[in-house]
Design a protein around this ligand. Structure first.
Ligand code: HEM
Length: 570
C-alpha cells in the first residue's frame, strides 16, 4: 500500500514536472502547437516514428502563416523561426544574442566536449578564429592530394563490382570511403576501412551514430534534465569511443615527434598551432567579414557573463584562459610582428595566444572533424548517386561536363579541374537541398531578445530551431520541391530566390567550418565515380527511399543499393 502511494506521488510529480510549463507560449502571446505530456510536440520523433526532418516538417506546416511558433521538446519551450528575414537576424544580424547551440559540456571530465561544435561564447570564438585558417582554400589545395588518393582507391575497389554489373550498397561503401578520407586527413592515419569493413575507425564511427547508442542517451538527458549529465558523469561519447580517439591522436603525435615526420594534414596544422606557429594564410577579406560578425562577442559580454564563460571552460589543461599578456597589454603588440594599425594586433594572431593546444584539445578537434566529416559526406554522396540513377539525363550531362573539363586538364582530376565543373556544383547543391545532412540548425538565445517587429521577448536560454529541411522543401521557395532539378542552382535561378532559404551548411559565423573540405571530398568522389561508372536503380533499390528515424544525420534504412556497370561510351 505504502509503495503504491509512493509510486502515485512520484507519477503525479513527474506529470507536474513535465507539464507545468505548457502555458509558456500562450502567456507570451506566441502562436504555438499544443504539446502532449512527457513528449511535448516531438512525440513522433521521440518514439522514432518519424525522422527529425519529417517530424519538424509537420510542425513547420502546422505553423504555416506564422513567422515563428512555439513548441516544446519534452517540457522545454523552444521556438521555430520560419521566416527567412527572422532567420537572418538569428544567424547573422543579431548573432550576439544567439552565438551558442546550448549543448551542455564539461571539459574537465569530458575532454572531447571541448570541441568547436559544442563550445560557447568566447571559448568558441577563440577556437574558431584559431581553426579557421586550417580550412581556407590554400589548405584545401594541400589536403587535395590525400582526398584524391582515397577517391582513386574507391574506384579501384569498385571496379570489379562494376565489371560484373553487380548491385552495391553504396551507402556502406561510401561510409567506408569517407572514413578512410577523414581519418587520413584529420588523424593522419590510414584506416583502410574500404577494404576492411571491421577496421577500428569504422567500428568507432558506427558506434557513434548507432541508434540507441550512448549519444542518444546523452541527447535525451540534454533536453530533459541536463543537470543529470554531470551528476552521472555522462560524456558526449562512451569511454570506449573517447579513449580510442584520444589515444590515436596521442600515439600519432608521439610517433611524428619521435620520427620527425611532417605530413600535410589537419593534424599537422594542429601540431603547428600547438607549437604556436601561426598557420595564418587567412584570406584577408574573409577574415574581415568574419570578425565584423563576431566582434560583439567582445563588446557585448558583460563582466559577469565573461567570467561565467571562462569558469565554465576552465579546464585542468588550462585551455581557454583569456589571459592578458605582454603581447597585448595596452594594445601594444610586442610579439615580433610589430605594432599594427591603431596599436591593434590582427585578431587571428591575438587569439592564437589565447588558445592552448595540448593533446586533449587536439583530440577534441580531430574527433569532431571525424564526426562532422564522415557521415555527412557518405550520405550526401549516396543520395546524389541515387538521384542520378533516377535521373539518367542528369547523370549523362554530368558525365559530359566531366569529360569536357578533363580534356582541358590532360585527363587529370586536378583541384582546378574540379573547381571548373559548374554542373557538378549544381548537382551537389541540389542533393544537399533535398537531403541536408542536418535537417535543423539550433541556436540558444544567450541574452533576452525581442523578436523584431513584435513585442515578444525571448528569455535567455530559449532554444531556437531553424528548420532547413522544411524550408528546402517549401514550394514557396522551390517549386515542385520533391523533384531533383540541378537547374535551380544556376546563377540566374539562385538570384531569384529570397536569401536564407538555402542553408545546407548553416549560415553566419557558426556556419560549418568544414564546408570546403566537405564539398571537396563529395565532389571529387562523385566526379571520379561518374566518370568511370554508370549507376542504375536495381531490384534492391528502394523507391522512394525509406529514411531512418533513429539517425541524427539524414540516412536510409537498409542501405542504398544501386547497380554499377562500367560507363558505356568514353
Ligand atoms: C557535406 C558535408 C557537410 C555538411 C552538409 C555539413 C553541415 C553542417 C551544418 C549544417 C553545421 C551547422 C552550422 C550552423 O549551425 O550554422 C555544421 C557545423 C560544423 N561542421 Fe559541418 N558539414 C559537413 C562537413 C563537415 C566536415 C568535413 C567537417 C570537418 C572536417 C565539419 C565540421 C563541422 C564543425 C566543426 C561544425 C561546427 C562549427 C562551429 O560551431 O563553429 N563539417 N556542419
Amino acid at each position: 500500500m505504502e509503495l503504491l502511494v509512493v509510486i502515485g506521488v512520484l507519477l503525479a510529480w513527474l506529470y507536474y514536472y513535465f507539464t507545468a510549463n505548457f502555458n509558456y507560449w500562450k502567456e507570451k502571446g506566441v502562436p504555438y502547437l499544443k504539446p502532449v505530456p512527457f513528449f511535448g510536440n516531438l512525440m513522433d520523433i521521440g518514439l522514432h516514428r518519424k525522422t527529425q526532418a519529417e517530424g519538424f516538417r509537420d510542425i513547420y506546416k502546422k505553423l504555416e502563416g506564422h513567422m515563428f511558433g512555439g513548441i516544446f521538446q519534452t517540457r522545454i519551450p523552444m521556438i521555430m523561426f520560419r521566416d527567412p528575414e527572422l532567420i537572418k537576424h538569428v544567424l547573422i544580424k543579431d548573432f550576439s544574442h544567439f552565438h551558442d547551440r546550448g549543448m551542455p559540456h564539461d571539459v574537465d571530465n569530458d575532454p572531447i566536449s571541448a570541441n568547436l561544435v559544442i563550445l560557447e561564447g568566447k571559448a568558441w570564438k577563440n577556437l574558431r578564429l584559431t581553426l579557421n585558417p586550417a580550412f581556407n582554400s590554400s589548405k584545401m589545395r594541400i589536403l587535395y592530394h590525400l582526398v584524391k588518393e582515397c577517391a582513386e582507391d574507391l574506384c579501384k575497389y569498385l571496379d570489379p563490382y562494376a565489371q560484373k554489373g553487380e548491385m552495391v550498397d553504396l551507402r556502406d561503401v561510401l561510409a567506408r570511403y569517407a572514413t578512410d578520407n577523414i581519418s587520413s586527413c584529420a588523424f593522419g592515419v590510414k584506416s583502410n576501412s574500404l577494404r576492411n569493413p571491421h577496421s577500428k575507425f569504422r567500428e568507432m564511427g558506427e558506434k557513434i551514430i548507432a541508434p540507441g547508442s550512448w549519444t542518444n542517451m546523452h541527447r535525451l538527458f540534454r533536453y530533459t534534465v541536463p543537470g543529470l549529465l554531470k551528476f552521472f558523469n555522462i560524456k558526449s561519447f562512451s569511454n570506449e569511443v573517447t579513449d580510442f580517439f584520444v589515444n590515436v591522436v596521442k600515439e600519432t603525435l608521439d610517433y611524428r615527434e619521435e620520427n620527425n615526420i611532417e605530413r600535410k594534414d589537419f593534424l599537422n596544422l594542429l601540431i603547428q598551432l600547438k607549437k604556436k606557429i601561426d598557420i595564418n594564410q587567412f584570406d584577408e577579406f574573409e577574415d574581415k567579414i568574419f570578425n565584423e560578425d563576431i566582434q560583439h562577442l567582445d563588446e557585448d559580454d558583460d563582466e559577469e557573463e565573461q567570467s561565467k564563460i571562462l569558469s565554465e571552460n576552465k579546464t585542468s589543461i588550462n585551455n581557454f584562459q583569456l589571459k592578458e599578456n605582454e603581447h597585448t597589454k595596452n594594445g601594444n603588440v610586442t610579439n615580433g610582428h610589430g605594432p599594427t594599425e591603431n596599436g591593434k594586433v590582427s585578431s587571428r594572431k591575438k587569439w592564437l595566444d589565447y588558445v592552448v593546444f595540448d593533446e586533449n584539445m587536439i583530440a577534441a578537434q580531430v574527433c569532431v572533424f571525424f564526426l562532422g566529416g564522415f557521415e555527412t559526406a557518405a550520405t550526401s554522396m549516396s543520395f546524389c548517386l541515387y538521384e542520378l540513377a533516377q535521373n539518367k539525363d542528369v547523370q549523362r550531362r554530368l558525365r559530359e561536363e566531366i569529360d569536357l573539363v578533363l580534356k582541358e586538364h590532360k585527363g587529370v582530376f586536378t583541384y582546378n579541374a574540379l573547381e571548373q565543373m559548374e554542373y557538378l556544383d549544381h548537382v551537389v547543391a541540389e542533393t544537399l537541398r533535398m537531403y541536408p545532412s542536418l535537417p535543423n540548425l539550433i541556436r540558444t538565445c544567450t541574452k533576452p531578445y525581442t523578436i523584431p517587429g513584435t513585442n515578444v521577448l525571448l528569455e535567455k536560454g530559449t532554444p531556437v530551431i531553424i528548420p532547413i529541411y522544411s524550408i528546402h522543401r517549401d514550394p514557396l521557395y522551390f517549386s515542385d520541391p520533391d523533384r531533383f532539378d540541378p537547374e535551380r542552382f544556376t546563377e540566374y535561378n539562385k538570384e531569384k530566390r529570397p536569401q536564407y532559404t538555402y542553408m545546407p551548411f548553416g549560415e553566419g559565423p557558426r556556419i560549418c567550418i568544414g564546408l570546403r573540405f566537405g564539398l571537396m571530398q563529395v565532389k571529387l568522389g562523385l566526379a571520379v565515380l561518374v566518370h568511370r561508372f554508370e549507376f542504375d536503380l536495381c531490384e534492391k533499390s528502394k523507391v522512394p527511399l525509406i529514411m531512418d528515424p533513429k539517425k541524427f544525420v539524414m540516412n536510409t534504412i537498409g542501405g542504398l543499393w544501386l547497380r554499377m556497370t562500367p560507363r558505356k561510351v568514353k
